[in-house]
Design a protein around this ligand. Structure first.
Ligand SMILES: N[C@@H](CCC[C@H](N)C(=O)O)C(=O)O
Length: 327
């Protein structure tokens, strides 16, 4: 059993929170590490880490007291990162291990956190992030408070997700929800409902912990699916519309995540999935939308002939040291 301590940092993107560990630190059993430290009851918090884990870049933590998300115990996953500073732009190999010990091929908010972490280390603003779903370009804003990630092209092809069908699964009743399936690096099922967050019977009135698990585990999704509930609040207007008040669509979003096995405050691949499905179903105008998960706002573009993008806030919470082997 390994008894050494490893430096760990905590970040979040719109409340989707992650522990960040340098892959070189040699955590042997990554699944056990994630299960232990991500636990919302007994996992890591700023009060439980050994604060002697000072930063490697000599900067100090900037705790933002206006940050509603900082201070939660546990996390939505552990990002094990390997930084390659000899490349231009700097490359980071990202592996996300989730609270149930599984590994996810892609994570939109996680990749935005990776960009901010790499910025905090290097001072640079452009990065290439190597994920199991492909290499993605990322940009950190000049004030470092926001990050944008290229998200590839959403795929409805049943082999991509995968879906146990010969044709794309579009607006089909699966376990009580009318869903459309799309791959945005990881598999998503999207159900559009009537009424946003402010509507009395809107998406916040749904018991997601009851309705989502049967869809998440449905036989039609051999690798499972993340389950998104969404509602168009404003379909947006694009250049040339008679009203002359161009603005992006606004969509309220909730996501039940595979691997977390619960609702998260935000999901980046889910946000791209929601906008891609909204476009496919003709629910919004234009290729840009703001989604509003419980943790804040994300801006998504899903052009017809280019990769999707995901932009939103990122923040650093704390750092410390924890045992490499939590048992
Ligand atoms: N929260 C992530 C998605 C992480 C992966 C997902 N739980 C899965 O297993 O497919 C995001 O921001 O995209």
């Amino acid at each position: 059993m390994s008894t050494h301590a490893v430096p760990v940092e905590k970040y979040h993107g719109t409340g989707n929170d992650f522990l960040v560990v340098d892959a070189a630190e040699g955590v042997g059993d990554r699944a056990a590490f994630a299960r232990a430290y991500c636990d919302r009851e007994t996992g890591i918090s700023a009060d439980t880490v050994d604060e002697s884990g000072s930063r490697t870049d000599g900067r100090t933590d900037s705790k933002d007291s206006s940050d509603d998300h900082a201070g939660r115990r546990g996390a939505d996953g552990v990002l094990f990162l390997e930084i390659g500073e000899r490349y231009r732009p700097t490359r980071v190999v990202m592996t996300l291990v989730q609270p149930d010990g599984s590994t996810a091929a892609m994570c939109g908010n996680g990749a935005r956190v990776v960009a901010r972490w790499a910025h905090d280390r290097t001072g640079e603003h452009e990065f290439m992030i190597d994920t199991q779903a492909g290499t993605r370009r990322a940009t950190v804003s000049p004030d470092s408070a926001s990050a944008t990630i290229e998200m590839g092209t959403p795929r409805f092809d049943p082999a991509a997700m995968p879906v146990d069908r010969d044709e794309p699964l579009v607006e089909e009743e699966i376990e009580g929800l009318t869903v459309t399936a799309v791959d945005t690096g990881v598999p998503h099922a999207v159900a559009f409902l009537e009424g946003g967050r402010d509507a009395p019977d809107g998406i916040d009135a749904v018991d997601i912990d009851t309705v989502a698990p049967p869809v998440r585990h449905a036989d039609v999704f051999p690798q499972g699916a993340n389950v998104n509930l969404a509602a168009v609040v404003d379909e947006g207007t694009v250049a040339g519309d008679a009203e002359g008040d161009d603005h992006p669509a606004v969509i309220d979003q909730r996501t039940f995540e595979r691997g977390v096995e619960g609702e998260t405050r935000s999901c980046g691949t889910g946000a791209v999935a929601v906008v891609a499905v909204a476009r496919r179903l003709g629910l919004i105008d234009g290729d840009t939308a703001v989604t509003r998960p419980p943790g804040g706002e994300l801006r998504i573009t899903v052009p017809d002939d280019d990769h999707a993008t995901l932009t939103g806030p990122v923040a650093r919470e704390f750092s410390g040291r924890v045992a490499a082997d939590p048992r």
